[in-house]
Design a protein around this ligand. Structure first.
Ligand code: BDP
Length: 641
């Protein structure tokens, strides 16, 4: 595995990229729904019918035609936190949604779909009582193609049968048990609540039969100018035109053909905290130059490289500061709320953050649009979490000594992993904010059985990404320089560390500090040319609980804990990123280490600051963007955000 990847490699591999080769496992276009001159996207969000189906009898009783005694529930949202009884909140099994919509007669002859931003864990979609499509995975979009079975100029009935059971061969990994009263109960192998429902936007879409299916871009910078190589995939052979506009709507470049180059004079680059976006407009034209299809999106011109231990954005080193996050809020659970998201981005801006990781699953696509617009870098993470036995004491087969990736379920899990990677990279590859892929969180990466699994997954992802972004995974505490078998696959070494919390907390933190520094020296020795980024470090902190002198869980202890890490980072030339766990407190399952959820937030679940937020803000605002930039590129030295 090369320790340095660069834009030249990206351009060299351009021909092997997603549009060309991928799509094998995809049954539909993953472009975000847009209203354009040739397309319609009508929101189906609102109040839907809903019912739990603990006996799994819905299908045999024809609930796909009409759910009897349906409750009324908002979409998008998780269902769990609406109800006042535990059985509903912790429900595990099948559950149903339904709604009705009218389809205009004029849409006949076009490709018509119902597009879910996500639903799951498994989804079966029915239209007018008939099964239309199935999808697995709860964090990525899919479409139900209803072109041939919908009633035009009439009302249609849409139903979904979803299931939120967890198992060892699907992501996120967990297990499902049956309680003595016969109820199913999900045991996540991960530390976030197993929220479920239709949690993202739903659209009814119409586009021409000959339509734009996907597109990709790779930019390179030449002095003041830039080139954007593009490739468009369409469902037909008609002429394609591609135009690029600046935010004032002035045309800055155009080209013809399914592949080509957009040449931009005096290009404005997408920079951290200073996000300049261009609008790309892709059209299909018939022989008379009449418009067949049109798709519009916002892209940025930027390059990403990992070189000599630095992360380079547009050739200049960037020191990452920010958070691991969750899609999580009161009442709506994991449901998309653009209002909550807006608040989170304002918090990140206020505190001086420039990066977050989509721990531990791909987020709603609207969130990446916000990151593009705010100039915040994103490590985009696959939902590959829980791939380690015994973690949180909840995972599968507690007494099974077999290394995780040596187990029988690993082959099935890998097939699912490749599917979600294809969906994630296809969906997110054009976002300038996305600069790195995290392919797993805290997997078993200390056994030899992990190596072939990792090799396949890392190579697969690299082939799919036209921009050849750096790849990584977030390492569990036991993956140390001397024990890790898989760090070689990472372009950036990402560490999740809890010295001073789970290990040696309180007054013993001085021993923890020593261990942390020793580990850092170990990585500097083992992987001298690789950047080290802390993707997690944090201490549970009860807001407004304090004590002099500090105790664990108090606000003072959170500050002391962070200070200890920051001193260690400042001493290590190889650490080029600090992503704290977590931006906000978040909901988890119940347990003796969780007081109504995980409290490692720098902000509460209601998005208000703990005291550490203010000290963190001072640090992050004072660090130059190219902190520790050293020799990699002198031009950027001293820049601040
Ligand atoms: C890490 C996990 C994260 C947890 C965190 C914690 O990656 O999901 O929430 O620890 O324990 O193991 O707070």
């Amino acid at each position: 595995m090369a320790s340095s990847i660069c834009i030249l490699d990206a351009l060299k591999h351009f021909r092997l990229s997603a549009v060309n080769e991928g799509g094998k496992m995809l049954n539909s276009s993953l472009l975000m729904p847009e209203n354009t001159a040739a397309r319609r996207a009508v929101s189906l969000n609102g109040l839907w019918g809903f019912r739990l189906d603990p006996e799994g009898k819905g299908e045999s009783e024809a609930w796909q035609r009409k759910i009897p005694k349906a409750d009324t529930i908002p979409v998008p949202a998780s269902f769990n936190d609406f109800y006042t009884d535990k059985e509903s909140r912790d429900y595990c099994g099948d559950f149903w949604y339904e709604t009705d919509f009218h389809l205009p007669r004029e849409w006949q002859g076009r490709k018509v779909t119902v597009r879910f931003g996500s639903a799951g864990q498994t989804s079966v979609v029915y239209l007018n009582g008939r099964e239309i499509t199935r999808h697995e995975g709860a964090f990525l979009p899919f479409e139900a193609d209803i072109t041939d079975c919908a009633l035009y100029g009439a009302d249609n009935h849409l139903a979904l049968r979803l299931n939120n059971e967890l198992c060892e061969s699907r992501m996120p990994v967990g297990s499902t048990i049956t309680l003595p009263d016969g109820r199913k109960f999900a045991k996540p192998g991960f530390d976030f609540f197993n929220y479920a429902g239709i949690q993202r936007n739903v659209y009814l879409t119409a586009r021409p039969l000959e339509h734009i299916y996907d597109y990709e871009t790779v930019s390179s910078i030449e002095g003041e100018d830039a080139e954007i190589q593009y490739r468009v995939k369409t469902m037909g052979d008609s002429e394609v035109s591609v135009s690029l506009f600046d935010p004032e709507g002035i045309l800055v470049a155009e080209s013809r053909g399914k592949e080509g180059v957009l040449r931009v004079r005096n290009a404005r680059l997408w920079e951290v905290g200073n996000a300049f976006l261009y609008q790309i407009v892709i059209r299909i034209l018939d022989k008379q130059c009449q418009l067949l299809d049109e798709y519009k999106d916002w892209i940025g011109i930027r390059t990403i490289e990992v070189k000599e231990g630095k992360i380079l954005l547009n050739g200049s080193p960037v020191y990452l500061r920010g958070f691991g996050r969750h899609e999580d809020a009161d009442i709506i659970g994991r449901g998309l709320s653009l209002a909550v998201q807006k608040r989170d981005f304002e918090l990140m801006k206020w505190i001086g953050a420039n990066c977050f990781r989509t721990s531990h699953y791909p987020y709603a696509e609207e969130i990446y649009r916000l990151a593009d617009a705010y100039g915040i870098l994103v490590i985009d993470e696959a939902p590959a979490v829980g791939c380690f036995p015994n973690l949180m004491g909840t995972s599968v087969k507690d007494n099974d000594e077999t290394p995780f990736f040596g187990r029988a379920a690993a082959e099935d899990l890998k097939a699912h992993h490749l599917q979600v990677l294809e969906e994630m990279i296809t969906r997110d590859k054009n976002h300038p904010s996305v600069f790195c892929w995290s392919l797993l969180n805290e997997p078993d990466s200390i056994h030899k059985e992990s190596v072939p699994y990792f090799r396949e997954v890392f190579e697969f992802a690299r082939k799919l990404d036209p921009q050849k972004r750096p790849e990584t995974f977030a390492m569990l505490a036991n993956s140390l320089p001397e024990s890790s078998t898989c760090d070689d696959f990472c372009d950036i070494i990402c560490l999740n560390r809890y010295y001073g919390w789970y290990l040696l907390g309180g007054s013993e933190i001085i021993i923890a500090e020593k261990m942390l520094k020793e580990e850092l020296k170990g990585w500097e020795k083992k992987a001298p040319g690789k950047p080290l980024v802390f993707t997690e470090y944090g201490a549970d902190t009860a807001s407004q609980v304090d004590k002099l002198p500090s105790v664990m869980w108090s606000e003072s202890y959170q500050e002391e804990f962070l200070q200890m890490y920051h001193d260690a980072f400042d001493e290590s030339p190889n650490v080029v990123g600090e992503l704290i766990w977590n931006l906000c407190d978040f909901q988890t399952g119940e347990g003796i280490t969780r007081m109504d959820g995980n409290k490692k937030g720098i902000f509460t679940r209601q998005r208000q600051p703990k005291r550490a937020a203010f000290t963190l803000r001072e640090r992050w605002k004072s660090l130059p963007l190219d902190y520790k930039g050293g020799k990699a590129h002198d031009a950027g030295a001293g820049r601040t955000e």
